[in-house]
Design a protein around this ligand. Sequence first.
Ligand code: HEC
Ligand code: HEC
Ligand code: HEC
Ligand code: HEC
Ligand code: HEC
Ligand code: HEC
Ligand code: HEC
Ligand code: HEC
Ligand code: HEC
Ligand code: HEC
Ligand code: HEC
Length: 383
Amino acid sequence: MLKYLLTIFILMTTVFAYAESCNYADCHTDITDLKKMHSPVKEGGCMDCHMIDDADIAKHEEDPEANKPFEFPVGEDENLCLMCHDPVEDMPVVHSPVGEGDCTTCHNPHGSDNEFMMPEATEAELCFYCHENDKMVKEYIHGPLAVGECTVCHSPHASGNPYQLKQPKEKLCLDCHTEKKGSMNVKFKHDPVLEDCTQCHDPHNSDYDMFLTSDLKDHCFDCHSDLGDMINSKEYKHAPVEYDGCSACHNVHGSENPFMLYEYFPETFYNDYEEGMYQLCFECHNVENIQNSTTDDGTGFRNGKENLHYFHVRLEGKGRSCKSCHEVHASSQPLHIRAKVPFGTGGWQLPINYTKTENGGSCVVGCHKPKTYDRENPIDYSK
Ligand code: HEC
Ligand code: HEC
Ligand code: HEC
Ligand code: HEC
Ligand code: HEC
Ligand code: HEC
Ligand code: HEC
Ligand code: HEC
Ligand code: HEC
Ligand code: HEC
Ligand code: HEC
């Protein structure tokens, strides 16, 4: 279609360039001075658009001020530009001014000093003729907007996607942030990342770093509000939860480990102990904790020298996960000892009644008879 029109157009310009009697170059210097002239204008094809007959041209030349037939290029209900261009191309989502044929708000028909015959040097300035500028005013401005570009993401005319986006939302960001493509294929994915990055990131600008839709420190609770309420209601918060934030342990975009953790931590309550199984915790804690069956001061959880961490974590066939005794986020007891442990899949919670003592502690649990440990005066369980 465009090729066909172009052929006609070239023929027309050739004919009209000669037929034209108007020596516009001397008079219309505002047009001829433009750095980037519209192709038909450059070719001298004024009559391609200003379809006026010879008699009117003659009148204009006689007394240019009194006769200005140029002001009305074509009839009002015809769109001049569509004679040669088809920016919509049957696409379903059409930008309102384009649908209304208002091409000349965004393009000067003769050309301009700017790219694409725009009246402004940047696209952004153009867009803000009509749209409120709430997109480049906040503290953090997204890369493409910072340089005034909107059409890397939005078609100015029409597209197959909502908001005239050039790509479906789930692909748009990955065109540039190729390193995040991996997030789509990792073993443990985060639902919102698969659905739509803009649930967490503002595509334009934000008051928060990384263009987050809310402050990083509260951000996760926008959706995980139950966990947020739980953590906020507890007296003892695990230091990294309180001071570093959730990304101290979780990779919000997904990871190869359960719960999207940076390092491995098992999902199950009972485990056959293997090297590296609780790697996450030992990124920050003393691994001696579970290395030897006896210890002088490797852990406070010992009865005399017997390392009770070693004992519980490595019990053959039924080694306890750290989470069977410790709450990973926050707890109502010191040392993040849980009050209850989810047991099985039926929703039952096994209570742990833990009491800290000066040199140890005692617990009343469903796992065994009430037991006490003492670092100074070990309880003798051999009898
Ligand atoms: C691609 C179509 C097109 C071509 C080619 C074209 N014009 Fe125009 N011209 C227009 C349109 C559309 C308007 C109305 C602009 C508006 O109202 O914003 C216009 C308006 C004008 C006006 C009046 C307003 C103004 O900008 O001063 C003059 C004078 C004019 N054209 C001269 C010319 C001359 C001389 C040529 C050839 C060098 C030419 N035009 C080529 C489309 C064209
Ligand atoms: C007589 C045919 C014709 C008409 C009418 C016409 N154009 Fe064009 N236009 C062309 C040709 C030819 C080109 C250059 C070929 C190309 O780049 O596709 C062009 C290029 C353009 C470009 C790209 C400029 C660039 O820098 O790459 C824009 C924008 C444009 N036209 C807008 C318009 C608008 C707006 C109108 C209506 C006011 C219009 N055209 C009317 C023939 C026309
Ligand atoms: C809201 C502003 C806006 C409106 C309205 C608009 N355009 Fe554009 N147009 C642009 C911008 C910005 C570009 C250059 C950026 C791009 O496409 O990547 C452009 C590019 C173009 C181009 C050259 C590149 C291409 O896509 O072929 C043509 C031709 C064009 N427009 C024609 C038109 C016509 C015809 C109309 C009216 C039916 C129109 N435009 C309405 C903003 C607009
Ligand atoms: C001539 C005025 C005008 C200009 C210039 C303009 N727009 Fe629009 N735009 C509108 C109108 C009117 C609507 C439809 C009303 C609405 O939904 O806000 C719209 C809708 C949109 C939408 C869809 C909004 C939604 O909520 O569905 C996007 C995205 C958009 N424009 C982007 C742009 C971009 C990017 C630019 C610059 C390249 C631009 N606009 C320039 C008038 C304009
Ligand atoms: C990095 C890609 C990207 C860039 C660059 C971009 N946008 Fe958007 N824009 C989007 C996405 C994605 C949406 C849909 C937002 C949503 O669903 O919340 C959107 C929505 C919009 C909307 C409708 C909703 C709203 O927030 O008002 C407008 C209008 C808009 N953009 C204008 C612009 C303008 C103007 C620019 C340039 C100054 C621009 N955009 C640059 C991706 C982008
Ligand atoms: C046209 C390319 C482009 C597209 C599309 C794009 N971005 Fe960006 N983005 C950038 C650039 C450029 C930067 C700045 C790069 C830098 O600072 O390293 C950036 C930075 C970011 C940052 C901050 C990175 C950091 O380390 O500070 C985030 C978060 C981001 N983009 C998210 C998104 C999201 C979400 C989308 C989709 C809505 C998106 N981007 C689409 C180009 C793009
Ligand atoms: C559930 C919320 C959420 C979703 C959904 C999300 N992000 Fe993020 N993103 C974050 C947070 C939080 C950060 C801050 C860095 C951190 O804590 O690791 C971030 C940081 C980033 C960064 C900069 C730092 C880095 O990790 O490279 C980029 C780029 C980024 N995100 C791109 C994306 C893209 C692209 C998508 C969609 C595929 C996306 N994000 C989806 C929450 C999210
Ligand atoms: C836009 C909403 C949203 C935000 C923001 C969000 N998440 Fe999620 N998250 C979800 C949804 C939906 C799921 C999947 C359903 C579920 O398990 O609750 C999920 C699942 C998870 C899971 C896996 C749960 C499981 O049982 O396997 C973890 C871990 C997680 N999110 C951590 C985070 C962290 C950390 C942040 C902040 C950096 C965060 N989320 C921000 C919506 C969100
Ligand atoms: C010290 C490391 C660490 C930090 C910091 C951390 N988590 Fe977790 N998170 C874990 C571990 C380990 C699990 C698996 C625990 C389990 O199986 O119950 C988990 C599980 C989850 C789950 C899924 C199970 C559940 O309890 O709902 C969500 C959601 C979650 N974390 C969100 C968060 C949020 C939000 C933050 C920030 C407030 C955060 N995490 C901070 C280690 C951490
Ligand atoms: C990002 C580092 C980090 C990770 C990962 C981490 N912790 Fe912690 N944890 C800390 C810090 C810091 C403290 C506070 C230590 C202090 O106050 O002496 C702490 C305190 C504790 C305490 C209480 C100790 C005390 O002396 O108050 C327990 C129990 C604990 N963590 C268990 C765990 C478990 C179980 C895991 C694995 C699921 C884990 N931690 C992962 C940093 C971490
Ligand atoms: C059977 C319950 C139980 C299991 C399983 C358990 N802990 Fe503990 N842990 C405790 C008790 C009780 C204390 C308190 C010791 C004391 O009296 O100071 C403790 C204390 C700690 C402390 C504080 C420093 C220390 O060693 O005294 C850390 C850190 C810790 N545990 C990490 C872990 C990690 C990591 C795992 C999993 C590899 C784990 N725990 C498994 C019961 C348990």
